[in-house]
Unconditional design. Structure first.
Length: 174
């Protein structure tokens, strides 16, 4: 099973992904780790990435997901996956029961507030508006509000995984 935590920057994908991995025992990967240096420089300068910029990045992520499947390992990925076409690249070759998108969302004012209080090595808070403009809200993802705490979002995701029969045991809260 591959779970992709998606949404705009500042939605808490990395924080929630790490917490979810700790509870499930699944591997966790942050898609930001797969960006090229050129993409990182652009984002740090406040320049939104284009579809062409994201193409090689998405292909690298897809290849990594396929490796997990080949090794019969469950994994959680934190990836913006803002557009339907990006999600299609990531899900290519996976059966519906092998991959789940989880759409992390909150009011944009709250996300902006959170972004302004955190430090990120290259994600410029000025890029939030361009991400919100590019976002194509998925119809087939599990919508999870991140207006509360990261722990609350993790509990909701765990409940969805259990309900779908994709998870039977979890670690206790740390």
């Amino acid at each position: 099973m591959i779970v992709i935590l998606m949404g705009v920057s500042g939605a808490g994908k990395t924080t929630i992904g790490a917490l979810l991995a700790a509870r499930t025992g699944w591997k966790f990967e942050d898609a930001d780790d797969y960006h090229s240096e050129e993409n990182r420089r652009k984002m740090a300068s406040g320049i939104p990435l284009t579809d062409a910029d994201r193409g090689p990045w998405l292909n690298s992520l897809h290849e990594r997901m396929l490796q997990y499947r080949k090794n019969s390992e469950n994994a959680i990925f934190a990836c913006s996956a803002l557009k339907r076409q990006y999600r299609e690249v990531l899900a290519s070759g996976f059966a519906k029961n092998e991959i789940r998108f989880v759409y992390l969302h909150a009011p944009s004012a709250l996300i902006k507030e959170r972004m302004n209080t955190r430090q990120h090595p290259y994600m410029n808070p000025e890029l939030l508006d361009s991400q919100l403009a590019a976002l194509e809200v998925p119809r087939d993802a599990w919508p999870i509000s991140v207006a509360g705490s990261p722990e609350q979002a993790v509990e909701e995701i765990l409940a969805q995984l259990r309900e779908a029969g994709l998870l039977t045991t979890v670690a206790e809260k740390p």
